[in-house]
Design a protein around this ligand. Structure first.
Ligand code: AMP
Ligand code: ZN
Length: 457
């Protein structure tokens, strides 16, 4: 079945055609590890996980790369201000290296909690300084750079189509934006290498042909995607904020170095909003996965919530919607768990599901099909088998879910047994009184065709 993806380079749905037969290159810009990821960041990684699962559902082998930005991302995207890592280090009172390690581990744990598949390759910017220096040196040899007193800059005036991904109107930017140019020639020019400040000691710095310093933020993605994929690979992803600056600059670097725009398809996840405002790490006031756990929300309820909105539309966060998703997930799990195994996936539902995900990851539609299966006239075992197939993409981990085992105190078990006997003897008043006694101990009894079910109240 044909797969269509919305490519932001061409701004249209395009039939997905792999560049090579053996694997598909998928590069996703990773987190800047100066703080925990917020649930907005996680929405973008969930979209990327669904994309990868969809590619695999279509029979492709995916070489999935996520980088870790642990140096060079400055507070301002215009290459001004402090490095986020050094700032985060001061705030936490720990070294930049330590916070990078701590927040990288926290990020990976978040991905696991959300049942995201681990990428084939994790790569850190600080482990690839030599590759970044080589990349910059090649761009320099080809005449795309200039040097100022604070770093090596990319000269965007050398490329006629600079910023095409964002449909950037350079003249408009030059005229309309009152940016502090400093020694930069154009507002759109960006740092490839920054020199360490002379008046303070940076924690993260390296020698280079241009002087001691650290790489700019964009060069790591060009260098690492080239190393682990190719200079020209299949799909590049990130959040919508990356279109105008980060991805436009990655493309400029690759055009200069290799004559490619990195990836054949450019896909972007749209933002999670909170009270109609974007959620951002730098504002300091954000929700992370732990904030949901603190409210007894299962991370997979957040996954389900994200599936209910298309990745190309912004999603407004609300606790009510999240709680509704948690209730729905509970219902889904209970129903699924009760179905017997040994059935077969229904081919008609499978085809409709496949068509939905292959239409630019139409997960809202795929979810609707999932609920439809539950209500359908299929045999229960076939429903289970169909849901198992759907879950390869949805990733709700139904197969591994089990109702929590509750340990019922002996006192309660005795009361339940007494109640069973009194019901057998049709002593209804006594059995009702026993039920109340059981409830007072915090348990609920339910009479089902399979016998008595006891649960915590
Ligand atoms: P960062 O750690 O800030 O570099 O961002 C990590 C990823 O999250 C990037 O792909 C961003 O584009 C994305 N992102 C940032 N804020 C949001 C948000 N509010 N909603 C969805 N994605 C976001
Ligand atoms: Zn990137």
């Amino acid at each position: 079945m044909q797969l269509y993806l919305y490519d932001n380079w061409e701004r249209r749905l395009r039939l997905f055609t792999p560049l090579r037969q053996d694997w598909i290159g998928l590069y996703c810009c990773g987190p800047t590890v100066y703080d925990y990821a917020h649930i907005g960041n996680l929405r973008t990684y969930l979209f990327e996980d669904i994309l990868r699962r969809t590619l695999e559902f279509n029979g492709h082998q995916v070489r999935h790369v996520i980088n870790i930005t642990d140096v060079g991302h400055l507070v301002s995207d215009a290459d001004e201000g402090e490095d986020k890592m050094e700032k985060g280090s001061r705030k936490a009172g720990e070294s930049a290296w330590d916070i990078a390690e701590k927040f990288t581990a926290a990020f990976k744990a978040d991905l696991r909690s959300l049942n995201m598949l681990p990428p084939a390759i994790w790569c850190k910017a600080t482990d690839h300084i030599a590759e970044q220096i080589d990349f910059i040196a090649t761009i320099e040899q080809k005449g795309f750079t200039y040097i100022t007193s604070d770093g090596v800059y990319f000269d965007t005036s050398r490329q006629d189509d600079y910023g095409y991904l964002a449909r950037l109107n350079r003249d408009g930017i030059e005229a309309g934006k009152r940016v502090e140019l400093g020694e930069k020639k154009q507002a759109t020019d960006f740092a490839l290498w920054k020199f360490s400040p002379t008046n303070e000691q940076r924690q993260m710095e390296w020698d280079s042909p241009w002087g001691r310093g650290f790489p700019g933020w964009h060069i790591e993605c060009s260098a690492m995607s080239t190393k682990y994929l190719e200079p020209w690979f299949d799909i590049h992803c990130g959040g919508e904020d990356h279109i105008a600056i980060h991805h436009s600059n990655e493309i400029a670097q690759n055009q200069a170095c290799h004559g490619t725009r990195l990836a054949n398809y450019w896909l972007h996840g749209y933002f999670l909003q909170i009270d109609a405002d974007k959620m951002s790490k730098s504002s300091g006031d954000f929700l992370r996965l732990q904030s949901l756990l603190d409210r007894q929300i299962d991370p997979l309820a957040y996954r389900l919530l994200c599936l209910s909105a298309h990745y190309r539309s912004q999603m407004n966060f609300s606790w009510e919607a999240l709680e509704a998703a948690q209730t729905a997930l509970g219902r889904l799990r209970d129903t699924y768990f009760a179905y017997p195994t040994g059935g077969e996936a229904d081919s008609d539902y499978m085809m409709r599901f496949h068509a939905a995900i292959n239409q630019d990851l139409n997960l809202p539609k795929a979810l609707a099909l999932m609920w439809e299966v539950l209500k359908s006239s299929l045999h229960d075992a076939d429903k289970k088998a169909t849901l198992n197939q759907f879950d390869r993409v949805l990733g709700l981990d139904l197969l591994n879910w089990h109702p929590a085992k509750i340990i019922i105190p002996e006192e309660v078990r005795n009361l339940v047994e007494q109640r069973r006997l009194s019901r057998l003897n049709k002593h209804w008043i006594e059995s009702d009184a026993l039920r109340v006694e059981i409830q007072q101990l915090g348990y609920e009894v339910e009479d089902t065709p399979d016998g008595v079910r006891i649960s915590k109240r």
